[in-house]
Design a protein around this ligand. Structure first.
Ligand SMILES: Nc1ncnc2c1ncn2[C@@H]1O[C@H](COP(=O)(O)OP(=O)(O)O)[C@@H](O)[C@H]1O
Ligand SMILES: O=C(COP(=O)(O)O)[C@@H](O)CO
Length: 571
């Protein structure tokens, strides 16, 4: 467990501050993360990686020559926001376009996806490759649903070496996708991680047992067995990964990168004991190992666990794997000399409040009151939302919603004080929510509030009809971004019936407060009804059976929020 921290809420930020100070000769701090201190040559594709904090050396430790050009860093175990990714990518860009490369987690996919759209809008060409190496997170015929774990390193390195070799953006993306296709990982855990300030570990494994197939956020594993000996673990690792070799690869005679990764509190010495047997087994199978790594490459805070990664090489991947690199946490000599180029402009968000009418400013005050009610209900339910999310997810839904709601209220308050209209107030609240909350729900709440803001605008006071249309627009935006359907066990199962009921009650002539009341009652029933569904989206999906009987965390928080907002409308 973490012993050294100040305010747990500032841990990720303070960690990055210290990292950047300690690595000032390699990296530069920019809003949302870090970029290389020295620019690469002009025209070189920038490889921008990122994800939640708590996985060091992923992601900031992998920024440097021959590795990533920048890393966007979110809160602990929560993806960076779209704005953070955009900021880092803008600072890392060398006029050669940007490859966004990160592990396949719902929150990362949403935020990096939004960032990609915005970067394109800024005139920066982008491609995306998500890492999906964890064989236990989905079957082989659904590789695109798998999580990204320690295989991140091989994919990031291949992409960055291709960029350094002068490949263009399409070619860098091709190399990264190819490295991902050739990479498989498999992990186990003996104990959970405890985040700073938390009293309990995120999950536990019974004494003497080992969870098999566990993810890097403590997502429960696919099986449990007695703790094996080091040799037996090596045998399990190698057997599992040799059972799923990429298409077109012959095991005997192949050359592979091997990563034996410690997840946080397994000792290097233990890893070497395991590696001794891994190396022997691969040799017996006729596989030649190329520059293996044994150590901490992608961790999960202080989780006790380990994983094995194999990347099946061809000539090009081997060349890129062997290429020099010099980052804080990963170095291969000879180090490349940094190009001595002027640092470019960092990304600076515009801070202009658009003009608004008096009536819209009045509505902005109501929007602020509604957000305050949201914050207060989230505060009251934070532990329960975490508990529900922990059944099949990563247990951070309450904390994420709290971070988002806090930030949204602060941003809305500032906007109101500066004379913003309702639309702009909600836009600012939306960006603040998405920025601070991270995670899947952060991205979704961000687009939902933005959609409401767009309907409200800064000119007129939104009446019942506009409010109904705004809620519908929010539902459409959430579905468009998250692509969940009704019945997938997500917040959509509450948001859509809520919007339907609100619209039909308004159409039947009810006033806003009465219609909202009826819709909030529908929302509560819909949230409860998600208990009988199996999740088909998000982090809980691999644990569908476990989640039966428990409602969806995002559905419950949304239903509580609709009820809290009703209290404001009924005033
Ligand atoms: N594709 C999706 N569309 C809509 N809602 C989703 C989707 N994926 C997940 N969710 C919602 O997000 C909630 C989880 O939010 P959060 O804990 O912030 O995410 P994370 O799993 O990234 O930590 C889920 O309970 C679910 O309601
Ligand atoms: O957890 C991470 C991002 O996933 P969310 O879906 O945002 O929770 C992060 O730690 C890995 O990038």
């Amino acid at each position: 467990m973490a012993r050294l921290f100040n305010d747990p809420g500032s841990f990720a930020e303070e960690m990055l501050e210290g990292f950047a100070a300690a690595q000032a000769h390699r990296v530069r701090r920019v809003p949302g993360g870090v970029v290389r201190r020295d620019r690469a040559r002009s025209g070189e594709v920038a490889v921008v990686i990122g994800g939640g904090s708590g996985h060091y050396p992923a992601f900031s430790g992998l920024v440097g020559d021959g590795l990533a050009h920048g890393a966007a860093m979110g809160n602990l175990f929560a993806s960076p926001s779209a704005q953070q990714v955009r900021s880092v990518a803008t600072s890392a860009h060398n006029d050669g376009g940007v490859l966004l490369c990160y592990g396949n987690y719902a929150g990362d996919v949403l935020h990096f996806g939004l960032a990609e759209q915005r970067l394109r809008g800024d005139g920066i060409d982008c491609r995306t490759v998500v890492v999906t190496d964890d064989v236990s997170s989905a079957p082989a015929d659904e590789r695109d649903k798998r999580r990204g774990v320690a295989g991140d390193l091989v994919v990031f390195k291949a992409a960055a070496a291709a960029a350094a070799a002068g490949y263009d953006l399409d070619e860098v993306a091709r190399v990264a996708a190819h490295a991902n296709d050739r990479t498989r990982s498999f992990g186990v855990a003996f104990g959970g991680c405890t985040l700073p300030g938390a009293d309990e570990p995120l999950f536990t494994v019974p004494d003497g047992k080992m969870a098999v197939g566990l993810g890097i956020h403590g997502e429960p594993g696919i099986a449990e067995q007695d703790v094996p000996s080091a040799d037996e673990l090596a045998e399990l690792f190698v057997r599992t990964l040799l059972a799923e070799v990429p298409d077109g690869v012959e095991v005997a005679g192949s050359r592979v990168v091997v990563l034996l990764n410690g997840l946080g509190s397994v000792k290097y010495e233990e890893l070497f004991v395991v590696y001794r047997r891994v190396a022997a087994l691969l040799a017996e199978a006729g596989v030649e190992v190329v520059e293996p790594e044994v150590g901490e490459l992608v961790t999960s805070f202080d989780m006790a666990g380990a994983s094995l990664t194999l990347c099946w090489l061809d000539e090009e991947l081997e060349r890129f794997w062997r290429a020099p690199a010099d980052s804080a946490a990963y170095r291969k000599t000879p180090a490349v000399a940094a190009a001595d180029v002027e640092a470019g402009e960092d990304f600076v968000a515009l801070d202009v409040i658009p003009p608004a009418t008096g009536e819209s400013r009045e509505s902005a005050r109501c929007a602020l009151a509604a957000l305050e009610a949201v914050k207060s209900t989230v505060d009251d339910n934070v532990a329960e939302l975490g508990r529900i999310d922990a059944v099949a997810g990563d247990g951070d839904h309450g904390i994420g919603m709290q971070r988002g709601a806090d930030a949204a209220v602060a941003a809305a308050r500032e906007a109101v004080e500066r004379g913003a209209g309702a639309g702009s107030t909600l836009n600012r609240a939306a960006d603040a929510w998405a920025d601070r909350a991270g995670g899947t729900s952060g991205a979704l709440w961000g687009v939902a509030l933005r959609a409401i803001g767009a309907e409200f605008g800064d000119e007129t006071a939104p009446g019942p009809r506009t409010t109904g249309a705004a809620v519908r627009a929010a539902a459409d935006a959430v579905v468009r971004l998250g692509k969940a359907e009704l019945g997938d066990k997500t917040m959509v199962d509450v948001l859509v019936p809520f919007a339907d009921e609100l619209e039909s009650a308004l159409a039947a002539g009810s006033g806003l407060a009465t219609a909202w009341d009826a819709a909030a009652t529908t929302a509560a029933k819909a949230a409860e009804a998600t208990a009988s569904l199996r999740p088909l989206r998000g982090r809980a999906r691999p644990l569908a059976e476990k989640s039966l009987g428990t409602p969806d965390a995002g559905a419950v928080s949304l239903s509580l929020i609709t009820r809290a907002v009703h209290a404001v409308l009924a005033r």
